[in-house]
Write a protein that binds this ligand. Structure first.
Ligand code: ATP
Ligand code: MG
Length: 275
């Protein structure tokens, strides 16, 4: 079920774990918010990767699973950040909510409620992090979204897994989901490593150009540092390191691919440098 209103919902997904979904969600949400979009970052992974990366204290907070479990007041669940445009809905109390249980059949409607609530609060863009795998809750979340971004590690096995993953999304669409693939994003790319470079060129040769983001995410220690510090990579130093620009570039590509820029920005609201 896709909630067709102003807000654009984008999930990240992968079959394999550890490909960089959470890193992408945090850094992309930050870049979109810096670019002026009111952005809500939602952690649907029971492991709570977003919370673990940003602030361990979010473990004690209510969030996404509490909403699924029936908590109606979404204002109570959303966390503000230092960026006024960026809010976070953490995982919440997965274990407690799972014990009480929720009706599987109601999950699509609750997800639509969540997107409707975000839209009602003027959110432009919801970024949803998922647990690895394309089934269970991740499948429900993906199906509720307008777009999905597929991070792919630039490793030899990735080449083999992509067609199967794309078939899964075709099946989701055949089952009535409106979700579209915004693009495949190559992650952990090692510019000086010939094997990594070979995978990048093989994937780009194999897949239609419009399915691939132009931007790759390089493998860099700064992403580990950022995660240890609990910040997006742009905030690890006073001046953002060059790799932070990767996500600004990606945000610009996503604006184009999802129609975010056309839907929400009018061409005559540019600011002038001098009065
Ligand atoms: N571009 C990168 N360069 C170096 N390390 C990275 C990069 N992207 C992610 N990492 C690190 O790799 C690990 C896995 O990344 P991340 O948690 O984003 O993956 P994930 O797909 O969300 O994993 P999971 O499937 O377990 O949720 C983390 O320790 C993260 O800091
Ligand atoms: Mg994760």
């Amino acid at each position: 079920m896709v909630y067709l209103a102003g807000v654009i919902a984008i999930a990240t997904a992968s079959q394999k774990g550890g490909v960089g979904k959470t890193t992408l969600c945090i850094n992309l949400a930050y870049s979109l918010a810096r670019r002026g979009w009111k952005t809500l970052l939602v952690d649907t992974d029971p492991q709570g990767g977003v919370g673990l990366s940003l602030a361990r204290s979010t473990r004690a907070k209510q969030g996404f699973y509490d909403f699924l479990g029936g908590e109606k007041n979404i204002n109570k669940l959303m966390l503000s950040t230092r960026l006024p445009e960026l809010q976070i809905l953490p995982t919440g109390q997965y274990d407690a909510c799972a014990r009480k249980g929720w009706a599987e059949a109601e999950v699509p409607a609750r997800l639509a409620d969540l997107l409707r609530a975000a839209d009602g609060r003027g959110v432009d863009c919801v970024i949803l992090d998922t647990a690895a795998g394309l089934n269970g809750m991740s499948e429900a979340v993906i199906k509720a979204c307008d777009y999905v971004i597929l991070p792919q590690q630039a490793e030899p096995l990735a080449v083999r897994s992509v067609p199967h993953m794309l078939e899964t999304f075709s099946r989701f669409r055949a089952e009535g989901a409106g979700v579209r693939v915004a693009g495949i994003l190559l992650t952990m790319v090692m510019p000086d490593n010939p094997i990594s470079q070979k995978v990048v060129s093989e994937l780009r040769a194999l897949l239609p150009a419009d399915l691939m983001f132009d931007q790759n995410v390089p493998r860099m220690n700064s992403f580990l540092e950022a995660s240890a510090m609990g910040v997006p990579v742009a905030l690890i130093k006073r001046n953002p390191p060059p790799e932070a620009l990767v996500f600004d570039q990606l945000a610009a590509e996503i604006e184009q691919r999802t129609g975010l820029s056309q839907e929400r920005q009018s061409s005559d609201n540019h600011a002038s440098l001098l009065d």
